[in-house]
Ligand binder design. Structure first.
Ligand code: SAH
Length: 360
């Protein structure tokens, strides 16, 4: 049993079941034992692989999108080039290489990372030594903001509610019968008192009994803050993640360990816990902050609109046969319909009245 499981079991034994959102926040972000605090989870030897780790083309196209949006908004200089949850720093390193081909862009860019994991910060420092690191989005300096977040929002805690005869009851995490602080075992239970239905988006409220509704106040708060900054200082944000374009009921909490699905309530801190991103809720929050929103569109269509096929061809002209085949495999993975291409969605936020960004 993990140290974190014993810690959570002690909390529950002392004060009762805890909300799913609290459990998820501890499992991922507990300062000592949280999943992201203790390891680099990315790549073949880890628990999951992300688009920038699949191919350099992903970060390069994101970089070109940022440059194009920056030019369309009058090349503000200097500007904040920010990334939320940069993982190994691969996306930003590839994006910066693309920005170097755009006159003036790299000199105007002041790179800032929002990252809580000391392990991943160390990897980021190796690839992007000149960045400035922050624990939270609020700590970013003011000024025109061009921001990217890939597979960041899915790692933020969600709250879950179950539709019952008593109304919507929040799901909490309890110790199962017979479990103890020494042999902890967890399972979801319902809070005894219902929550007012208006915490859920209107599209979920009429779901049939037994349905699960999810919200992420943490995600909405961050999207709204980005919106406020874009409205005040100008700029744009690109949010890429797996999720659904419209708010809808459904249980999307999942746990991945060494590329396999496992029970989210087993071994907290050892598996990656995520939930699908509700892009409608995210866009609504950004609009409340004052941003204009575009999409979400599917990642495959977005990357093709930005010219990923031409980029793949260009890379293949100097490649060996084996390298060319790897480029084709990566292209299919990033854009394919039964792969990341349709599962992942792209949402753009811009300053109000800014031109429509490329790809939307
Ligand atoms: N964007 C990267 C990594 C995705 S994994 C890629 O595409 O490869 C999620 C990233 O978000 C990790 O870097 C993780 O440490 C970070 N993260 C998770 N929760 C966070 C939080 N609350 N605040 C800041 N960073 C967080």
């Amino acid at each position: 049993m993990t140290a974190l499981a014993r810690h959570i079991a002690r909390m529950i034994a002392a004060t009762g079941p805890i909300p799913i959102s609290h459990y998820m926040a501890l499992a991922l972000g507990h300062p000592e034992h949280g999943y992201y605090m203790t390891r680099d989870p990315l790549g073949a030897g880890g628990d999951f692989t992300t688009a920038p780790e699949v191919s350099q083309m992903f970060g390069e196209l994101v970089g070109l999108w940022i440059a194009d949006t920056w030019i369309a908004q009058g090349r503000p200089s200097p500007f904040i080039l920010a990334e939320l949850g940069p993982g190994r720093g691969t996306l930003m390193a590839d994006a910066l290489r693309a920005l170097r081909s755009v006159p003036g862009a790299i000199d105007a860019a002041d790179v800032h990372f929002v990252e809580t994991s000391p392990t991943l910060r160390a990897s980021q420092q190796r690839l992007v030594p000149k960045a400035t690191w922050h624990e939270r989005l609020d700590e970013l300096p003011g000024g025109p903001l061009f921001l990217v977040a890939n597979e960041f929002f899915d790692a933020l805690p969600i709250a879950q509610y179950v539709k019952t005869e008593r109304g919507w009851c929040e799901r909490h995490v309890a110790l199962t019968d017979g479990a103890s602080e020494e042999t902890p075992h967890f399972a979801p239970v319902l809070a005894p008192v219902a929550t007012p239905a208006n915490v859920l988006p209107p599209a979920m409220r009429d779901a049939p009994p037994g349905s699960i509704g999810e919200i992420s106040p943490a995600a909405a708060g961050i999207a709204e803050t980005i919106g406020v900054r874009l409205a005040a200082h100008g700029g744009a944000a690109l949010i890429i993640d797996y999720g659904h374009p419209r708010s809808a009921a459904g249980d999307t909490l999942q746990a991945l360990r060494t590329h396999q699905y496992v029970d989210p309530f087993d071994a907290p801190g050892e598996a990656d816990l995520t939930a699908h991103v509700d892009f409608e809720a995210l866009a609504a929050a950004a609009m409340r902050g004052g941003a204009a929103t575009y999409g979400p569109v599917e990642q495959g269509a977005f990357l093709k609109a930005l010219g990923i096929e031409a980029r793949a061809l260009a890379l293949k002209t100097h490649a060996t046969a084996a390298q060319a085949e790897a480029i084709d495999v990566a292209l299919a993975r990033l854009t394919g319909n039964d792969e990341m291409g349709s599962l992942f969605k792209v949402l753009a936020l811009t300053a109000p009245r800014a031109p429509v960004p490329a790809g939307f």
